[in-house]
Design a binder for this molecule. Structure first.
Ligand SMILES: *Cc1c(COP(=O)(O)O)cnc(C)c1O
Length: 354
């Protein structure tokens, strides 16, 4: 399939690289492609960024049948643009599609479309330290129909947004609040899919955490409310007695690309790493018993997010004196050095674009 390119007649003024926030500025072009049962995915095109015209009856607006992804393009020291493990995002997108009854998209084609879009938009990839171009591939159901069933038609689109350094004031630990009443996902549900409803379902607890002065929610499992699952929209790692521990993927946890990269790097460095169930009680005890205890979240936006406080009911623990621990720092440095091309790429994770 050839991708038709229609260039914008007027280009936007690019923002100051040093003053970028997150997710408010969009580039000049977007990628669009449509699906119907007769033609399958068809009409792939790069065109000016702009609003969609949708019937108020459009299925995604009522029943949330949609999936999305999040990844970044980085400008390296030579000025070239590169991606980090993008094939993982497109294969995970297809996994989300299967759970949401959305027709899959050819993974090689999706990556080719993204690379073409990035080539058109290459001047939008910022170069100030810590900045990047955030990429949001999304699929929405587009039948104008109020009955509950899988849609017959879909739109796949990719939009791009230049984003600032996640830690403009330095790499600092966050405070997390353990949600004892609210759960994000349950076994047999769709917690392992990147689908909008999971995020809508997380907002109430996130608001409560904010009201109590905490940045993120630490989610426990939906059945026993004992096992740690994720932190906000990130996976979570503990460094306990010389071993990394992260919750195993049981179906209610999103399989993060950053999570997988930490596990692989740990293996590469011979740091023991276990994917297993871990209770919140074990976490609280680890803090008492192990002076080297560390906790961090992993996700594309922040890469690594150190945790400095955990509040669980009446218990409040401070992790590593609310400082960034050496293990947390090591993974942050290693991953960002690979992403920005400052270090060797021993796992061949970097995908050059242009
Ligand atoms: C996207 C996401 C993550 C992190 O995944 P990455 O691929 O590392 O960005 C973790 N948990 C949830 C719920 C997510 O949506």
């Amino acid at each position: 399939m050839d991708i038709k390119i229609t260039k914008a007649t007027q280009l936007k003024t690019k923002p100051d690289d040093t003053k970028l926030g997150f997710g408010t500025i969009f580039t000049d072009h977007m990628f669009n492609m449509d699906y119907n049962p007769d033609e399958g995915w068809h009409n792939p095109r790069i065109e000016p960024f702009g609003p969609f015209t949708l019937s108020p009856a459009t299925m995604v607006l009522h029943y949330g049948q949609a999936v999305f992804e999040g990844l970044k393009a980085y400008r390296n020291a030579s000025g070239n643009i590169q991606l980090f493990r993008p094939e993982r995002n497109f294969s995970r997108s297809n996994k989300s599609c299967r759970l949401m009854c959305i027709p899959e998209v050819d993974e090689d084609f999706a990556l080719k479309a993204l690379k073409e879009l990035l080539t058109v938009e290459k001047d939008w990839v910022p170069s100030a330290p810590g900045t990047s171009l955030y990429i949001r591939p999304t699929i929405i159901s587009t039948d104008a129909f109020l009955g509950v069933r899988a849609s017959h038609t879909y739109r796949f689109f990719i939009i791009l947004s230049p984003v600032g350094a996640y830690y403009p004031e330095g790499f600092k630990p966050v405070k997390i609040w353990v949600s004892a009443h609210h759960v994000r996902a349950v076994p047999g549900g769709v917690g392992e899919a990147k689908t909008p409803g999971n995020y809508a379902a997380s907002l109430y607890a996130a608001e409560k955490a904010h009201q109590h002065g905490y940045t993120q929610v630490l989610w426990l499992d939906g059945v026993e409310r004992r096992y740690v699952e994720e932190v906000g929209a990130m996976n979570i790692f503990f460094f306990i007695k010389g071993e990394l521990v992260t919750p195993e993927l049981t179906g209610s946890i999103l399989p993060g690309v950053t999570r997988d990269s930490v596990i692989e790097l740990a293996g590469h460095w011979n740091i023991p790493c276990a994917e297993r169930k871990i209770t919140i009680t074990e976490v609280i005890e680890a803090q008492k018993e192990d002076p080297q205890f560390e906790v961090f979240g992993t996700g594309t936006a922040a890469v690594i997010s150190p945790v400095g406080h955990i509040k669980y009911g009446d218990i409040e623990v401070t992790v590593n004196n609310n400082e960034v621990g050496p293990m947390t720092q090591k993974f942050y440095d290693a991953l960002t050095d690979i992403q920005y091309g400052r270090a060797e790429d021993p796992m061949s994770w970097v995908e050059p674009v242009v």
